[in-house]
Unconditional design. Sequence first.
Length: 144
Amino acid sequence: MQIHNVIREHPQKTKKRVGRGGKRGKTSGRGTKGQKARAGGKFRPEMRDIIKKLPKLRGYQFKSIVLKPAIVMTGMLEKYMEKGTEITPASLVKAGLVKMRKGKIPSIKILQRGGLSKAVTIKGCNVSKSVRNLVEKAGGTVLA
């Protein structure tokens, strides 16, 4: 006779083992360790980071209705205009320094880039302070 063949005189009740098996034991199908295995451990969606980096467009945006003035430099006036001429938006269009916009002569602003030694009269154009000084120094006039 061997020990495993011994039978008890007063047999015990066999205890029922509860919660030992099942489809989702130990790691419950989560693999082992790491962020994904933890409770509440979620990865942030990749697209969210990309979307968050894009700038916000605030409000309704549209092209400005106000047309910006056509810009003419003093160097162009020196090169293409003769001494004693009257510079107006129409004369600048005629000389080919400014293009018509939608069939109309645009508003013009004259800025300083290059010198101006000719005495000219500027009429009906916006002028910067430095250009006004330059024209008056050359013996010309600026009319509003």
